[in-house]
Design a protein around this ligand. Structure first.
Ligand SMILES: [Zn+2]
Length: 248
């Protein structure tokens, strides 16, 4: 009896939901998450707060098989752990998966330029195939990770992307947040994540490239040397701030 009532309640609630979303004509073959050709439709009840009102809507989004599977997993996990989820937490989970999945391919673009790779003299022998596919894979990975999903509009109101402000754009790759970008660079260059975090905290997020270079300079240093370098950097940053504030 209870189960039947619940089903009926669910059905009547579903009838009140707005079914969206319009896919722009030029994106009609794209996966909403990553831009690859779509074969599936991912459907979820989206429960997200906008500045204007609380929106509950049913979203149906075209999706590729891979993103569809990750998105479904993310919903199952959130329901199992009784966590709040929305289309934006699901999208963040898909992007995080893609970033990890393509870690090695994205590292190619960090370590090489296209020309350097073409001139790397691996055309013969065991690495010829790798040389040929590496840049293609890097560009594919970059495009999927950085793909800008089209806005979701329900009854003329755009559902605000709760995670948009957190995304971090560096060297043409859009990371879900700066933490993911730090993990990626720390892994790629075998840097200590904690050390990188300390350096970036000193230099500020706008100096991400400088923080990477600083840590790479010290990659072979021991713990004492690294701490000493961090103290010197702190002094330099403090002195620079003092100079700037005296000049204004
Ligand atoms: Zn996809």
């Amino acid at each position: 009896m209870t189960a039947k009532l619940t089903t009926q309640q669910a059905a009547s609630t579903a009838a009140l939901l707005t079914i969206t979303t319009e896919t722009p004509f030029n994106k009609r073959r794209d996966c909403w998450f990553c831009g690859e050709p779509n074969q599936y439709v991912f459907t979820c009840i989206n429960d997200s707060e906008t500045s204007a009102k609380k929106d509950i809507s049913q979203l149906s989004l075209p999706s590729c098989k891979e993103c569809y599977q990750i998105a479904q997993k993310s919903v199952t996990k959130a329901e199992h752990e009784r966590c709040h989820y929305s289309i934006w937490t699901i999208k963040a989970a898909v992007k995080q998966y893609l970033l990890q999945h393509y870690h090695k391919d994205l590292a190619i673009g960090i370590n090489w330029t296209k020309t350097e790779l073409a001139e790397s003299e691996f055309e013969q022998g065991n690495f010829a195939g790798f040389q040929k596919s590496a840049w293609f894979m890097f560009e594919l990975a970059k495009a999927r990770v950085s793909y800008a999903s089209w806005p979701l509009i329900v009854d003329g109101i755009t559902i605000l992307d709760e995670y948009q402000e957190q995304s971090f754009n560096f060297d043409d790759v859009v990371y879900p947040n700066i933490e993911q970008a730090m993990h990626h660079y720390a892994n790629t260059f075998s840097l200590s994540l904690e050390y990188f975090r300390s350096v970036l905290a000193l230099l500020g997020n706008d100096n991400f490239a400088k923080a990477v270079r600083f840590c790479r300079l010290l990659v072979a240093a021991n713990a004492d040397e690294r701490q000493q370098a961090l103290r010197q950097l702190r002094q330099e940053v403090t002195a620079h701030k003092l100079r700037t504030s005296n000049n204004t």
